[in-house]
Design a protein around this ligand. Structure first.
Ligand code: COA
Length: 259
């Protein structure tokens, strides 16, 4: 598939997806959502890729939301389908990827943009970033998981306030709420993300994918403790576990085969 709305770059086990519609502040139209699905699927299946970064092109926006021009005249049925399909092929898909995904929030992350950042495994923001769920100001509610993931990340009361006021918060406030892990300048964004990705790459990719599943299950209607027990046990059957424990006992750095 050739991409018109996203760019993909690979560099030493680190892949970067850049949403590339800067004139529309990287708003998520249907085509972009479909391309992101394909891009993430391909990178997740690539054994060479250990960490995926996602960001927006330009210095103004990560993603300014779902593309409002595409759904302004939708019916009830079309609206429901829009949310269901988006959640399935992008937002839930990213959250449940085996490969760690870090959102580099380099400007506005509004509506579907913040929802995409929240579906990633964690977030780093630049100091100019502004985040919010403005949907109620348009007469809708967040439809790409925002009503669920925002309270999971920052607590119910603050999430209710942000959703009801349709307000925006600064990067620093987002950090103080636990919505983003770090706030840096534009210049520092990629170096910091690369440094953190490097630390992740030192560890077992198989174990990391099982940890993602277990952590995610604590936010679903399933028993995350049971998932943890199962996945903990499954780790004992992996080559990465043999290598990790053997390397520790031999006092050397582990070289994980990723199996
Ligand atoms: N959907 C479609 N187009 C969007 C968009 C969105 N969510 N967000 C921005 N754009 C487009 C604008 O329509 C404009 O296009 P144009 O140049 O063809 O008119 C272009 O991106 C630039 O945006 P503009 O509004 O001129 O920039 P700004 O600096 O004045 O304002 C924002 C920036 C982010 C505050 C403003 O664009 C905005 O409020 N966007 C919508 C945010 C939103 O409600 N998102 C949730 C959607 S569910």
């Amino acid at each position: 598939m050739t991409f018109e709305n996203i760019l993909i770059e690979k560099n030493n086990q680190l892949a970067t997806i850049t949403i590339n519609r800067p004139k529309k502040l990287n708003a998520l139209n249907k085509a972009t959502i479909e391309e992101l699905h394909e891009g993430f699927k391909t990178l997740d299946a690539d054994a060479d890729v250990k960490v995926i970064l996602i960001t927006g092109s330009g210095e103004k926006a990560f993603v300014a939301g779902a593309d409002i021009s595409e759904f302004s005249n939708f019916s009830v049925e079309e609206g429901g389908k829009l949310a269901a399909k988006g959640q399935e092929i992008l937002f839930d898909f990213v959250e449940n990827l085996n490969t760690p995904v870090i959102a580099l929030v380099n400007g506005f992350a509004l509506g579907g943009g913040l929802e995409l950042a929240m579906a990633c495994h964690f977030r780093i923001a630049t100091d100019n970033a502004r985040m919010g769920l403005p949907e109620t100001s348009l007469g809708v509610i967040p439809g790409y998981g925002g009503t669920q993931r925002l309270p999971q990340l920052i607590g119910k009361g603050k999430a209710m306030e942000l959703i009801m006021t349709a307000g925006m918060i600064s990067a620093e406030e987002a950090k103080s709420l636990g919505l983003v892990n770090y706030v840096v300048s534009q210049e520092e964004l990629l170096p910091l993300a690369t440094k953190i990705a490097g630390k992740i790459m030192n560890n077992s990719s198989v174990a990391i994918s099982k940890a993602i599943k277990a952590v995610n299950d604590s936010f679903r209607n399933v028993n995350g403790f049971e998932t943890e027990v199962t996945e903990f046990g499954n780790c004992f059957g992996t080559e990465d576990f043999k290598e990790g424990t053997t390397a520790f006992l031999e006092k050397r750095k582990a070289e994980f085969p990723g199996k």
